[in-house]
Design a protein around this ligand. Structure first.
Ligand code: SF4
Length: 430
């Protein structure tokens, strides 16, 4: 059997044109997917049963026992932290917020480690964005700043930009100009019409210089700005002004380099500046397939996109204080629930050391570095393969991922709901 138009739940592109071959209830082939999609759909490694820690050993158990233990850990905690959420369905994210509210804990998603600074900048100066469909059909100039789509989002160029013909661009490869800005050469810079190589940490200065040139103030620009010549900056500013529709995409090379959210603020303001001459938009290259969804769901439920503390009985948001890494670093939380994420692989050593000192619950189909610290790990159905669920594409378009094969695993939403119900029952008994 071949299932067509399947959505790939791996990266923020959420490509919706995959064809999946299924034989005897197993996936045996993937068409249209990139290497990352193939690894996801054809991957065999996974946790088959819930496990709990007993002393120094890890033992397999049943769902009921694992859920009971997870509920016990959470209800005994004074300041539980809930982290992850970018690799799960919107329905589970909503349940997670309810659970955190019930316990007066802190809930944060992985954007605090990736595009959190982008959100802070957007809260200050807005977001002149657009859908990927607009880019595909209209944009004749693309800028990738601090990202390497050919390796990080392998089909972004072929579905939406350089290699994707659109309604107003019949021969996109020749008609679209591509500018790549990065601190080093990458696969993406190799195919660019113009590659701007800046010194590490020089993004803010280069963005400011471009803004000045676009404003007609090029006389104040020195001959070189953060390793980029004035002549190249003028050439790039002209390319941008001459475009009919420009689209700037930025990645962690911009959000996580020196000046962090100020870089994004400056990039949004450059976009505004260019929109006085032509149409220009800016969008974040969101990594995990539903990290945008985590921000959306948290926002419509609490008013804030990440790092929300319910200790006061109301949502309180202060990134840098209520973000997961800072709470772990200060050894503030006394229990951690990780959903579809791997903080042990990405957070500073001091945060990981605290994970080793507190009970950790993990809800994830796979083992990862965080699994070494878990007291309970509950495997779940993989959304987009074994379970349906809502996801938001990197441009904020919600899509419904579909279940394509049957599996005996509970979904993330079911597991979190059952933990929630157990805690509610226990509170009612008190
Ligand atoms: S680009 Fe991303 S969403 Fe598209 S097939 Fe590859 S991994 Fe999946």
């Amino acid at each position: 059997m071949i299932k067509k138009n399947v959505i790939c739940s791996f990266c923020g592109c959420l490509c919706d044109d995959l064809s999946i071959t299924i034989e005897d209830g197993k996936i045996t082939g993937v068409d249209n997917g990139c290497a990352l999609a193939n690894a996801k759909f054809l991957g065999k490694e996974r946790l088959l049963k819930p496990v709990i820690r007993e002393g120094d050993s890890i033992k397999e158990t049943e769902y009921n026992t694992a859920i009971e233990k997870a509920a016990d850990i959470l209800k005994d905690a004074e300041r539980p932290l809930f982290f992850g959420w970018s690799g799960t369905q919107g329905e589970a994210q909503a349940k997670g917020v309810h659970l955190c509210m019930l316990l007066g804990g802190v809930i944060d998603n992985t954007s605090s480690l990736c595009h959190g600074p982008s959100i802070l900048a957007i809260q200050e100066v807005g977001h002149p964005g657009c859908t990927l469909g607009q880019v595909k059909n209209r944009a004749d100039l693309i800028i990738y700043w601090g990202c390497n789509p050919l390796e990080g989002h392998p089909r972004h160029m072929s579905r939406y930009t350089t290699y994707a013909d659109g309604f107003f661009l019949k021969n996109a490869f020749r008609e679209r100009k591509l500018i790549v800005v990065d601190v080093r050469k990458t696969m993406s810079s190799d195919v660019a019409d113009e590659f701007i190589q800046i010194e590490p940490g020089g993004d803010y200065a280069v963005l400011s210089a471009l803004r000045a040139i676009v404003r007609g103030e090029e006389k104040i620009i020195p001959e070189s700005v953060s390793g980029v010549s004035k002549s190249q900056l003028k050439r790039v500013a002209d390319m941008c002004k001459e475009a009919r529709f420009g689209a700037l995409f930025f990645g962690l090379g911009l959000t996580m380099s020196k000046n962090k959210y100020k870089n994004i603020r400056n990039a949004v303001e450059l976009t505004d500046e260019l929109s006085r001459h032509t149409k220009f938009t800016i969008s974040a290259m969101r990594g995990h397939w539903n990290v945008y969804g985590a921000n959306e769901v948290f926002t419509w439920m609490t008013g804030y996109p990440y790092a929300i503390d319910f200790a006061r009985g109301i949502p309180f948001y202060n990134p840098g204080e209520t973000t997961a890494a800072e709470i772990l670093y200060r050894k503030e939380c006394d229990a951690l629930m990780v959903v579809s994420s791997d903080p042990a692989a990405h957070m500073p050593k001091k945060c990981v050391e605290h994970m080793a000192d507190i009970p950790v619950i993990q809800i994830d189909p796979h083992k990862n570095c965080t699994s070494f610290f878990t007291d309970v790990q509950i495997p779940v159905a993989i959304t987009g393969i074994e379970a349906s669920g809502t996801a938001y594409r990197m441009d904020g378009v919600p899509l419904r991922t579909k279940k394509i094969i049957d599996a005996d695993f509970l979904t993330d939403t079911e597991v979190i709901s059952r933990i929630y119900e157990r805690i509610l029952e226990a509170k009612a008994d008190v």
